[in-house]
Design a protein around this ligand. Sequence first.
Ligand code: 8YV
Length: 328
Amino acid sequence: MNKPKVLVARSIFPETIARLEEHFEVEANQGDESWTKAQLIAKLKGKQGVFTTGSERIDAEVLDACPGLKICANMAVGYNNFDIDAMTARGVLGTNAPDVLTETTADFGFALLMATARRIAESEHFLRAGKWEKWSFDMFAGSDIHGSTLGIVGMGRIGQGIAKRGAHGFGMKVIYHNRSRLDAQLEAECKATYVGKEELLKTADHVVLVVPYTPASHHTIGAAEIALMKPTATLINIARGGIVDDAALAVALRDKRIAAAGLDVFEGEPKVNPELLKVPNVVLTPHIASATVPTRRAMADLAVDNLIGYLVHNKPVTPLNPTVLATR
Ligand code: 8YV
């Protein structure tokens, strides 16, 4: 019997390819070439499955050009690169990679918060540039983490992980805003209090964004929201580019409307708004919140589990649009 055909759209661990090859005829982009949409479509024709990262956009145009496609397995928890409605309409399953990256990403969110509030990157650049000639009382004086108020926008699994680190590890007062309120037990575990978005922005010393990107969450933080924040506050975005209006943030940082920001994700990444590169009070990292070797392996494994689960056993592990299963 012919093996189903699977495309791996980006370079990945050799072990990931080896696992796929046990079940599928695999074409893999191990050279990590940057494909245009037309090239992606050309590669995808005749394939039943595709292993994607958050960088490949799978939309109606791609799906219509590749009618044999049955599953798109994303090696990411966020799936705004998928037009999930278009997939559902065409009976194509989408899967993501939740849970396996929660703690690693929460660690990074906290690390970025600390680096930002305590001005670690800025002071390191100063030292490396040979500018440290004498100590002074206010040199790189930042803001405290312990005992401060942590405001989390988006209280899913990663938000909860950050809340626990803040409340239990650093004695922070945790407030959060979310589409829906957590149940009482989860709120108690996170020591977190539900507040409105405006109250959160006005009272938090550190605001961390962990909401999924949707048209409704576009520019959750823009000039008007930044205007509500304390001038001493920090803003951390580990969610998605587009959740923050980067141009408005660059102006606010330049004018010291808020103290500092830490950004792991950007509008139009890997391009970064050049105005952000000009301001010193922002820590910039290239979308690495889930980047530890064990976690990236676990994410890749889960995408493979979904491809095998669906194409071989008709049982995906983490389906995004399970209604497709009923119509198969
Ligand atoms: C990934 C992410 O590194 O999982 C997500 O949603 O943003 C990151 O963990 C990236 O999308 C790679 O696929």
